[in-house]
Design a protein around this ligand. Structure first.
Ligand code: ZN
Ligand code: ZN
Ligand code: ZN
Length: 339
């Protein structure tokens, strides 16, 4: 019989096929067309992008020239624009404000490399360092409430045909609903038990063991109990922390991310995927006490979602997800390298 599982943080239900669950080879991963034209993100092509906002560079190299390791530029065209005022207003019962925010592209390597498992740990560590620096910098902009970092790999995951590894950064003037749901759920759990729900989840996953994908150097990766998607994986620091930008051990994160992404890539034959970084929102209004316990109740994490299934009417109408591969099986296939 299929199982209905409830996500303990936000209370969302998932239907999980427990019998005859899908195995890795049951998913038809689309082979994607690639673009062999001049890549604007490769070293030496700096003039093909807008001027850089930030870069990790060799000390003697000048901006917008070769000699960088990670480079950040405005995304073209931007989803939101950085200049102007929010001008929040109402039109009857409808709320409206100007599309203020930031949309940046983090170019993860000067070499033409498409996917994370092919970057070395040191390089990937610089990428995560860049994430933290950009969040820190945007905190200075009072109009911004939240910074979302996400990766779209493969065209069916919203990526481009240019196979050069990049991350999108979108800074928002409001807190996204998905994050708010987690914040509310985490706060409710904390009020009741005075513990972080993510820390409790980590403890239970370690105890159970059957959903763990990887552990080491202060980080853990597991297939969440109520996974929405087949082969969904979450990566978290084992030590409690709510703000991604305070990360010191970017190398540890790089090592576990590289390893998890390699397992996904091998087992699922280079699938398209998205990952998102969920971190706490900026708390300049802390004095008002709205997110009073956030430092204790929220825990940053990365959610990795391979794009193997399509969302259909039932999901849209109900908010339920249907997952054809139990997370326990997903962990087993990934760990044993079963294709
Ligand atoms: Zn390139
Ligand atoms: Zn925690
Ligand atoms: Zn999350």
């Amino acid at each position: 019989m299929p199982e209905l599982r409830k996500d303990p943080i936000i209370g969302r239900w998932v239907i999980i096929a427990t019998e005859r669950g899908k195995r890795p080879h049951d998913f038809a991963v689309p082979k994607e067309e690639t673009k062999n034209e001049d890549c604007p993100f490769c070293e030496g092509h700096e003039r093909q992008t807008p001027p850089e906002i930030f870069a990790v560079r060799k000390s003697h190299s000048g901006s917008n020239s070769p000699g960088w390791k990670v480079r950040v530029t405005p995304n073209m065209p931007p989803l939101l624009q950085i200049e102007g005022d929010l001008d929040r207003r109402g039109k009857g019962l409808y709320d409206i404000m100007n599309g203020i925010g930031a949309h940046e592209l983090i170019i993860e390597t000067p070499e033409h490399i498409a996917n994370i498992p092919d970057l070395d740990v040191e390089q990937l560590s610089q990428v995560f360092y860049t994430y933290s620096r950009r969040i820190q910098d945007l905190e200075g902009d009072k109009r911004i409430k939240y910074v979302l970092l996400c990766k779209n790999y493969g065209q069916s995951a919203g990526g481009t045909r240019i196979r050069h590894s990049v991350t999108q950064l979108i800074a928002l003037p409001v807190n996204p609903k998905r994050v708010k749901e987690e914040l509310i759920g985490a706060r409710r759990y904390y009020e009741y038990r005075e513990r972080c729900i993510f820390c409790d989840m980590i403890r239970q996953e370690i105890q159970t063991g059957s959903r763990i994908i990887e552990r080491g150097d202060g980080f853990i990766a597991f297939a969440p109990y109520a996974s929405r998607f087949p082969f969904e994986v979450w990566v978290l620091p084992e030590e409690h922390s709510c703000d991604f930008y305070t990360i010191k051990n970017t190398r540890g994160l790089a090592a576990i991310m590289k390893s998890v992404m390699r397992k996904l890539s091998v087992t699922l034959q280079d699938p398209p995927y998205n990952y998102i970084v969920h971190t706490a929102p900026f708390r300049r209004m802390a004095s008002q006490g709205f997110w009073k316990t956030i430092d204790y109740d929220y825990h940053w994490h990365i959610e990795i979602m391979p794009r193997l299934t399509k969302v259909a009417g039932f999901e849209l109408g109900s908010g339920f997800y249907i997952n054809p591969t139990p997370p326990e099986d997903a962990a087993k296939y990934l760990n044993e390298g079963i294709v």
